[in-house]
Ligand binder design. Structure first.
Ligand SMILES: O=C(O)CCC(=O)C(=O)O
Ligand SMILES: [Fe+2]
Length: 197
């Protein structure tokens, strides 16, 4: 079995910070977002067949942001006030405008996200994506596109996973199903859309 690495030895461009926000704050934020965001059940079409995505989603963004994900134009939700402080902290830390967040709600271990790179042209060639995890701990997989070597890490509540540099060009990532997980998890990926770097 591959070692699950919480912090060290992540591939180039990936970094993991435990407790970027406190445990208590992370669970409070989980509850607020769970109950206040208008979560959407989206669909994806693969080989001509339409499926429900195995999670609920919501795209939060400034009004002037236009973003397509998996080939679909997303409708913008306004920023919940509970995210404004975190947005500001991240903008100062990385010195870029985070004008959008893709929020994913994994209801339990049956919900998941398949292998992908966040390489939409609107994000630019070397995007910085800051991914905040709230709720149940889930496994996150990173796979090199050429060597296919896989690194697993655990994303704990309150943690921040940052993907930058060539992380999207060179790797794919995924959140696999985990049959034993019964609790929910919300993931917030802060993105800078249309500020091509
Ligand atoms: O839930 C996660 O940790 C991953 C989310 C993700 O990869 C994405 O929103 O693009
Ligand atoms: Fe992603």
């Amino acid at each position: 079995m591959r070692a699950v690495d919480k912090a060290r030895n992540l591939p180039s461009g990936f970094s993991y910070q435990a407790q970027a926000i406190s445990f208590d704050k992370s669970l409070a934020l989980y509850n607020v977002l769970l109950n206040s965001l208008a979560w959407q059940q989206n669909t994806i079409t693969l080989f001509g067949k339409t499926h429900q995505t195995p999670r609920l989603e919501r795209f939060i963004a400034d009004p002037d942001v236009h973003y397509s994900y998996s080939g679909k134009r997303l409708e913008n939700a306004p920023w919940p006030s509970v995210l404004l402080g975190i947005r500001q902290t991240l903008e100062r830390r990385f010195n870029i405008p985070f004008n959008a967040v893709l929020a994913n709600y994994y209801r339990n271990g049956q919900d998941s996200m398949g292998w992908h790179s966040d390489d939409e042209p609107e994000l630019g060639l070397t995007p910085i994506i800051a991914s905040l995890s709230l709720g149940a701990t889930r496994k996150f997989k990173i796979r090199h596109k050429v060597s296919l070597s896989v690194t697993d890490i655990l994303l704990e509540t309150g943690s921040l996973l940052v993907m930058q540099g060539d992380s999207q060009r060179d790797y794919q990532h995924a959140l696999p199903k985990q049959a034993k997980v019964t609790q929910g998890r919300i993931n917030l990926t802060f993105r800078s859309v249309g500020n091509t770097r």
